[in-house]
Design a binder for this molecule. Sequence first.
Ligand SMILES: C[S@@+](CC[C@H](N)C(=O)[O-])C[C@H]1O[C@@H](n2cnc3c(N)ncnc32)[C@H](O)[C@@H]1O
Length: 272
Amino acid sequence: MRIERLENRIINGDSSEVLRKFPSNSIDLVVTSPPYDSLRDYTGEGIWNFGCFKKIARQLYRVLAPGGVMVWVVGDQIVGGGKTLTSFKQAVFFQSIGFTVFDVIIYEKTGSGPPHPNRYFNSFEYMFILSKGTPKTVNLLKDKPNKWANHTTYGNVTRREKDGSLTDKGQKTVNEFGVRTNIWRYANGKGFSTKDEIAYQHPAIFPEKLAEDNIRSWSNEGDIVLDPFGGSGTVVKAAMALNRRWSMIEISEEYCRIAAQRTGLECNTERL
Ligand SMILES: C[S@@+](CC[C@H](N)C(=O)[O-])C[C@H]1O[C@@H](n2cnc3c(N)ncnc32)[C@H](O)[C@@H]1O
């Protein structure tokens, strides 16, 4: 199927089937968060296990354009007293089918859940930044305030040349902001992840700002962004605001309708 027929559409279906309709090399960026083990009960009919994950992972590699990036936001469940490490197993599988693990960014969450009697409170998830070859777009976000902003450097800045000599570059003024680190912190939870009340009818949304920052970092205006586990439509909303084309797949008709209502769009339930 031509990508034009699949873009700017909320598609109600199972990604392991729907993705097969997407042409190879057609997507510039995937930003997504799959179910975390069996941490949440979703209303969709689908089965979520490692076999299903593998099928979807292979399809995602195929549909991604050379140099395209996938942001895989994931955390682990605690089963039998220990962390499943499904997140790592998925990352290793992605690597084994050809993805480059370009970065592992920590998504630090400010929201807190109920305290655990004998465990530190878990305040982060992983964002695996996976690329098909070298990423074609990297727009580093420069929003880390510099302690010495607007001061001139103490001495002159020098550059070491290939032959070992030093070139004097003079004094520099320190910029107000520097490139952020790979720990990204977001306010999450009710009222913080988004102001859209309706989105909280979905049990596991990520913050709008997280989607926006990733879309800005790994794509340009006019690029096409896919979310194959679209939930309440957070990625769709961010992609529209940032003038990207987009596509969303979600297995639950109920969540599709939430996403559609949130973004003022239609949920497409017709079989592709
Ligand atoms: C962690 S939630 C995504 C939430 C989303 N990031 C948001 O902010 O609203 C995962 C979603 O994947 C959906 N899902 C599970 N298996 C699926 C499949 N095989 N195909 C499409 N969607 C699936 C679930 O119904 C759920 O809404």
